[in-house]
Design a protein around this ligand. Structure first.
Ligand SMILES: *Cc1c(COP(=O)(O)O)cnc(C)c1O
Length: 958
């Protein structure tokens, strides 16, 4: 008997085999179909010789799941979790276990994509609508968006909105109250600098002295003060300023809302509604405003529309405002947002209901009151008369030192400034915690009795919320927030919504450019380890050694993979990375006296975030044409670079191109730009076709973002979270983002936390560790193999728009539906909807070319799954042929009537030209794993004409 090698028996490379869908035999089959004999020869036919890496990556060998988890666990143990009273927008929270396990740790929720195909996304659309309702109710405003990246970027978006809508067109000044969180001020200043706005940071009451287009205040303030801003807001509005209020969900359960004070925009973080701190994120920011500003709203909005049968149905509304449509005229560059986290926060509200939430807020507030009373009895001076959860007291340097030293012994983090200490109470605070806090502040002999103090608070000895600020308006009256308070009901509600959505745990999601690959369970496990999830982003560095080490290792790997010299982990989405990268370019030019360089060349094939980000960096966009093969038109590029040479800032280019080909001229493109003194920004969204084969740095680019939620396995979460770290060459390193609280302060911040959404970085760490140098390269190769296999198979039935050398494509391909539509009337939309009946999510529709479908299979899908998808596409083509031949009319065929719901096929009077069988079970495999869309085709136009972005009353559903 021949024996296996020990190497094989110990399971090395086991993960690589699990991550990569096609096994050896399947790969051989696919290669044979493509007429090549090896992966190596396929790659050399596909990737230009002059960009192939001369050396393998130096990540090391692949680790098994168990090994990698053990190593990472050791690193995680180096984080020390102190009890956090730091506040500043981040609070310990109790994640309801039913939400932890069934949402955060559930692939049905975390592997879904942004709900661009709403018929198979009604579950997360409902959860997001609940988030909007929650935001509207608590802030007292009219309209909410479905999450932004964090509180600080939401504040920057509020400033941009103010500029757009303010009637004070002359002013270029934005006022920020000095008691706004420091990280928020930092991010606002960065954004303002780019737009060329002046920011005045001063005491709130100074604002009316200035001629401003907008103002940002915070309530409760960063040090905990609460006051009624109504008169103040009215006064500023009289002077035509648009007033934004940063606030805190928890406090609004007890306090008069900013909406009732007349605010124009209200924003903040929903983190403390059941989302772990995660050393800074990911969390959802909320953003609400007046109905009349709806066209200027940043980010996505969920709206209520109806389907073909007039049933209410949800969808993303007003998409024409978004970056992918408006490009350099977009309101914002936001693409990936924070859907998973917004959904967790909305489920938290559904789970607790208005009463339960109010109890939590009152408990937090009670602890603050008791603590305040005790401090006052011990002769401490409180900085404010009124507060919700945060107390700031003035202390002498000696007392401060003593208290901090006792706090350290008790493993407690306080917020500390030169002359003050602050304590923010939170949902996890207990009576015992309060006892310890008294010991820390007053020494052990304080003799305070919490019961007695509580009695005094109950008797009204302390008036920490003035009468005028007590909330009288109701909230969360809608049935959804009052129906699911038993765990059984909650569990079933979550499951019911999950069942409406198609995610990666059902079938392949071949969205071009989005790289929906395996999000392995082993990668997800560390995310909810307390050592990673319970750290405050502003905890002292000596408590975060584990995070520092993990981030350093991951940065080193990414440096190796990208061929750059340094990485910044701050940007919390790809688009944020673009913005951070363009800032670095801009500052670099300025440092050389080239501040006038402000022109950004962008090929017409670029993703909408590219021009939108360029606009945010105040660059002027000039579009470069593409030729018939989809490549950058070199003559046009040369001419335009020449023309604007003096003022050329950079080019933004995606590689391989969004047309799915490795442009042969990429090195030449980089050279041309450099010759004219410009920089090259290479959009890294397509890194899944580069890793281990080539790299942006090697090709000659200066800066790129990486979508860790594409190439590096962070799941898409139904539309976020994500991470968009940027890699740069050394000359740009001095211009990477800083951070006012924890990092270098020379450069402004682009996100609220120094390392963005640090809490999900372990996912990419695990992926790279388990793949190793060889596995990573294989992943890219098999992604290319699968894409070419799929392209070749489909080419017999559909026109393929672009191909590269030797007729190969990169890791994705574009199927051109325009000629089909021309001849038959069947559109890419009909095909996308019909795919749902076959159990598949549509590929990317109409990007980068209108009327097309862009397909990216990734390396993670097995040959069986690829073939099922191909069979579906081929069967759909046969259906189209029937329409073309006149067997079916254009009005009565399974394509235009798709998708089919159960209701639909169970109708009494079936008047279709095709059978119920053909409608619902068009191929044999569908029967074994049927996915039922829960609504029929949704009416987009109706939804935008009759905009409703809050929960409809229950009657609407009956
Ligand atoms: C996804 C993508 C982006 C934007 O990244 P986000 O993380 O969604 O902000 C930019 N460019 C391309 C080509 C993309 O595919």
């Amino acid at each position: 008997m021949s024996k296996k090698t020990l190497h094989a028996l110990t399971g090395e490379e086991q993960f690589v085999r699990r991550h990569i869908g096609p096994d050896q035999a399947q790969q051989a089959h696919m290669l044979q179909y493509l007429g090549t004999d090896s992966v190596e020869s396929l790659i050399s036919q596909t990737v230009p010789e002059n960009i192939r890496l001369p050396e393998p990556l130096s990540i090391g060998r692949s680790q098994t799941e168990e090994e990698a988890l053990a190593v990472l666990n050791k690193i995680a143990q180096k984080n020390e979790i102190y009890t956090s009273y730091i506040g500043m927008g981040y609070y310990p929270t109790l994640v309801p276990n039913v939400i932890l396990r069934n949402v955060l740790e559930n692939p049905g929720w975390y592997t879904a994509y942004t709900p661009y195909q709403p018929e198979i996304a009604q579950g997360r659309l409902e959860a997001l609508l609940n988030f909007q309702q929650l935001s509207i109710d608590l802030t007292g405003m009219e309209l909410a968006s479905a999450s932004l990246l964090d509180e600080a970027t939401a504040a920057a978006e509020a400033m941009a909105l103010a500029k757009r809508v303010s009637k004070n067109k002359k002013s270029n000044i934005f006022f920020v109250s000095d008691d706004v969180h420091p990280q928020t001020i930092d991010v606002v200043k960065t954004r303002a600098e780019m737009f060329g706005f002046e920011v005045i940071v001063d005491q709130a009451d100074k604002a009316p002295e200035h001629d401003i287009f907008g103002a940002l205040i915070q309530y409760p303030s960063t040090t905990g003060h609460i006051t009624d801003h109504s008169d103040y807001i009215a006064k500023l509005q009289e002077q035509k300023a648009v007033v934004s209020v940063a606030t805190d969900f928890m406090s609004l359960l007890m306090l008069k809302s900013p909406g009732e004070m007349g605010a124009d925009v209200v924003l903040g973080s929903a983190q403390r509604f059941g989302v772990p701190m995660g050393y800074g994120g990911p969390h959802a920011a909320f953003f609400t405003t007046r109905d009349k500003f709806k066209r200027s709203l940043p980010g996505r909005v969920i709206g209520v529309s109806k389907d073909r049968t007039d049933q209410p149905a949800l969808r993303m509304a007003m998409q024409t405002r978004e970056q992918h449509i408006r490009r350099e005229k977009a309101n914002s560059n936001i693409c990936t947002a924070q859907v998973l986290l917004a959904n967790m926060a909305s489920f938290y509200a559904v789970y607790h209901g208005p009463e339960g939430l109010k109890d939590i807020a009152e408990r937090i507030h009670r602890f603050a009151d008791i603590f305040a009373l005790g401090l006052q009895q011990n002769s401490f001076t409180l900085a404010h008369d009124h507060w919700f959860d945060t107390l700031t007291c003035e202390v002498s340097p000696e007392a401060r030192q003593e208290i901090l030293s006792r706090a350290n012994t008790a493993k407690i983090n306080l917020r500390t400034d030169l002359n003050t200490l602050s304590v923010s109470m939170n949902e996890t605070t207990t009576v015992q915690d309060l006892q310890v806090l008294f010991d820390v502040f007053c020494g052990e002999q304080h003799g305070l009795d919490i019961q007695a103090l509580d009695q005094k608070v109950v008797n009204g000895d302390i008036q920490s919320v003035p009468e005028a600020l007590i909330r009288t308006s109701t909230y969360l009256d809608h049935p959804v927030f009052n129906q699911y308070q038993s765990e059984t009901d909650m569990l079933r509600y979550i499951k019911r919504l999950e069942n409406k959505d198609l995610a990666l745990n059902h079938s392949m999601i071949s969205l071009g450019s989005c790289t929906m690959k395996l999000n392995a369970t082993a990668e997800m496990i560390p995310v909810t380890w307390p050592e990673f999830s319970n750290l405050h982003p502003f905890a002292p560095k000596d408590q975060t050694a584990g995070y520092q080490e993990m981030i350093q290792l991951l940065s080193d790997w990414l440096v190796n993979i990208t061929g750059y010299d340094a990485v910044s982990m701050q940007p919390n989405s790809g688009a944020q990375g673009e913005y951070a990268g363009l800032i670095a370019i801009k500052k670099y030019h300025e440092s050389r006296g080239d501040g006038h360089r402000n022109i950004c060349l962008i090929p017409s094939s670029a993703h909408g975030t590219n021009p939108a980000s360029a606009q945010m960096a105040n660059m002027k966009v000039i579009v470069v044409a593409c030729d018939k093969q989809g490549n950058v038109d070199m003559d046009d590029l040369k001419a335009k670079a020449e023309e604007v040479s003096e003022n050329l800032s950079c080019i933004m280019i995606t590689y391989p191109s969004t047309h799915g080909v490795y442009e042969e001229t990429i090195r030449e493109i980089c050279d041309i730009i450099h010759q004219h003194g410009g920089q090259v920004y290479m959009d890294g969204a397509n890194m899944n076709a580069q890793v281990g084969i080539t790299s942006p740095g090697y090709i000659g680019s200066d800066v790129s973002h990486l979508n860790l939620h594409k190439t590096f396995c962070i799941p898409h979460g139904g539309g976020g979270p994500g991470m968009g770290p940027i890699g740069v060459k050394s000359h740009l390193e001095p211009f990477l983002p800083g951070h006012a609280v924890t990092g270098g302060a020379e450069n402004g911040a682009v996100a609220a936390a120094e390392f963005g959404s640090a809490g999900i970085l372990p996912i990419s760490w695990m992926y790279i560790a388990m793949m190793g140098s060889e596995g990573l390269k294989q992943a890219s190769e098999i992604a290319i193999l699968s894409a070419n296999y799929l392209t070749q198979k489909l080419a017999a039935h559909y026109p393929i728009l672009y191909r590269g050398q030797n007729n190969r494509v990169a890791h994705e391909c574009i199927v051109d539906i325009r000629p089909i539509k021309e001849e038959t009337g069947i559109s890419e939309m009909d095909i996308a909807k019909r795919l749902m009946d076959y159990g598949f999510h549509a590929p990317t529709m109409s990007f980068p070319v209108a009327g097309t479908l862009m397909i990216e299979p990734t390396e993670s899908e097995s040959l069986e799954e690829l073939d099922r998808f191909i069979d579906a596409m081929v069967a759909i083509k046969e259906e189209i042929n029937k329409v073309e031949r006149g067997d079916w009319t254009l009005e009565n065929n399974p394509l235009v009537m798709a998708p089919h719901t159960q209701d639909d096929v169970l109708q009494e009077d079936w008047d279709r030209a095709y059978s119920r069988e053909e409608a619902a079970f068009p191929l044999p495999y569908v029967r074994e794993n049927k996915f039922w869309p829960t609504v029929t085709r949704i009416d987009d136009v109706f939804g935008d004409r009759n905009l409703i972005c809050s929960c409809p009353p229950v009657e609407a559903y009956t």
